[in-house]
Structures are given as C-alpha cells and as structure tokens.
Write a protein that binds this ligand. Sequence first.
Ligand code: UD1
Length: 342
Amino acid sequence: MKKILVTGGTGYIGSHTVVELQQAGYEVVIVDDLSNSSTDVLDGITRITGERPIFEKLDCVDLEALKGVFEKHQFDGIIHFAASKAVGESVQKPLLYYRNNLVSLINLLELMPTHGVKGIVFSSSCTVYGEPNVNPIDESAPIKPAESPYGNTKQINEEIIQDFVHSGAPIKSIILRYFNPIGAHPSAEIGELPIGVPQNLVPYITQTAIGIREQLSVFGDDYNTPDGSCIRDFINVVDLAKAHVVAIDRMLTDKSDEAIEIFNLGTGVGLSVLELIKVFEKVSGKPLNYKIVGRREGDIEQIWAQPDKANKVLGWKAEATVEETMASAWKWQQRLKEKGIM
Ligand code: UD1
C-alpha cells in the first residue's frame, strides 16, 4: 500500500482528500498543528471510510519535528495543504503568513530527496491570476502581482517548487490552482468549519440561514457583470479532492515526463454571488436574509476556469451540480446544529 503524507489533513480540503485517498487504497498519514481544525475531523473521516488515518500533531514550520515524521514513515508522496489562508488576516500579519506558508514548503522540499520521496502535490489558487484579462482563464495566463501577502505566498511557493525542480532535485510536482471550493461530503460527516466569523461566502450563507448570523452582506452589486455581483467558479470540494488522487497516481506511476505540471481545478462555469444565493434558497427551501453593501477591498470582479487541461490530461472533471453542492453545504450546517457544535 502506498503511503501519502497529507499536511493540513484535518482542514477543509485536506479532510475530503484524505477520504478519497483512503477509498482509492492509499494509506494516509496526516500532519496538522490543529491551529484551524480539530481531531473531531479524524472521527468524521473514520466514520466515512472505516479506517482511521495516522495522525501526527505538529507544525510543518518545525523542521526537527517534521524530520521525525519522515524517519518514522516511508512516504511515496506528499499532498501539501497546510497553510494559513485568510486574505484579510494576511494583510494584518504578513510575517506570520510568510513564515507559515513559505517555511513549511521549504522544509518539506528539503526532506524529500534525502528520504526518497518522489512527488509533491501543492495547493495553489486562482488568486495567482489576479483580475483576468479574459475568462475563462487557462494555465498559460499571466501571473499578476499579488493583492495580499496570502496570494503572494501562493505565487512564491509555486516559484520555489519550480526553482527546486529546475536545480535537478529528484522530485516531481503537480501544482493545482483551485477556484472556489464549496460544499461538504454528502455524508455530512466532514465539511467546512470556520473558526469565528466566516470570511468566505458559503459558510456565511449557511450560518445565516440557520440563525447564527443575522444577515449576509453581499459585497457589491455595481460590478460590470450581468447582475452586478461578482462571478466565481464554485467547485464541489469532493470533486476537488478527487483531482488530488488522480494527481498523486499520475506522479507516482510516472505517467508524465514533465517534472512539473500545473492544472486549473474548476468547473468551467462562472456563477454570480446572487445566483449562488438563489440556488441556496431553492435547495434549502428558505429565503435568505441578505443585503447589498459596498464592495470588499481586494475582490476580483469575475474569474472562472478553463479546466480543459485537467479534463484532458488528468482525465478529471467536476461532476456535481451546484444544486447538489449547495444542498451538501446545508446538510452539513444542519448536522453541526444537531450535534450542538454550532
Ligand atoms: C479568495 C481567493 C482565494 C482564496 C480564498 C481564501 C481570489 C480570487 N480568491 O476567494 O484564492 O483561497 O479567498 O479565503 O482572490 N462575498 C460576499 N459576502 C460575504 C463573503 C463573500 O458577498 O460575506 C462575496 C465576495 O465578495 C466574493 C465571493 O462572495 O465576490 C466569494 O468570496 P469568498 O468566498 O471570500 O472567496 P474569494 O474571495 O473568491
């Protein structure tokens, strides 16, 4: 059985990926410092797959601790999710973001060759494209100056991987640029669990609908889009998780001669914030209390993916409908309430 290290494996996208990896026959070791998640997630994963992933609580910034994990386990590959990801917070605490996000990756890369680990999948973001000149956007589009320290860490990390591979390091990498992951596992055993007030749209919608938040603020209806609200490519988190399994398979079986490959992960369809709210109201049967307010600083007007490369080369395609995805997010929010977690 091939063994995969999943950093940030108790987080939102990480936990869904652990489930898909286990179901595809991989053994998983999770490393997470629990700074933005809890070990309850391990219980949720276990209830879905019947198999508890090995868990090591540590911060990837701690090289000595990480080395201990590499000495204990022989990994075939790594999927690196662990990172700080709040755009606004990154503006307030840039050094924290640079330290966490850059040093973690450097530590992993440093340990890979000496421990014979062949490949790393890196979680990047469509944020590297900035405001696109055209949509849908493909992987050859120019990288724009980052709007925040968070976005900059994604760009710099992509460059660090490229420089390391070009230096002749005996590793391969697949960089995945996510669009907007939303939804939860259909079992409602795992999902997105933001600590404090959600910054992202969908948890804010579901928390408003269930009564935790009074009202959703829609940031702007004066954009140059058909209904004036921003447009995004909302991708189901389980579909996104499945792409990681395909990427790991591809690297570990040397299906490609390229040492580095980059893929957009999106649906190829742009949906506006107001359209997404309508979908939520339809699947939940509840009207949502929202109001239009001013624009949020740093928001991109519209961006959606050209996912052809992932479709053709990886043989992966986003499958869930946005209705199914929003229904899964709602089911998850209701489950949290039943359990008294939120
Ligand atoms: C951004 C980044 C993404 C990053 C993510 C992490 C871009 C293009 N994307 O996603 O790379 O990984 O943050 O958090 O920079 N909205 C509201 N009301 C709310 C919340 C959101 O109207 O209460 C709107 C936003 O204005 C935006 C859309 O919903 O138009 C999506 O926002 P959000 O979920 O925060 O994701 P992004 O900002 O697109």
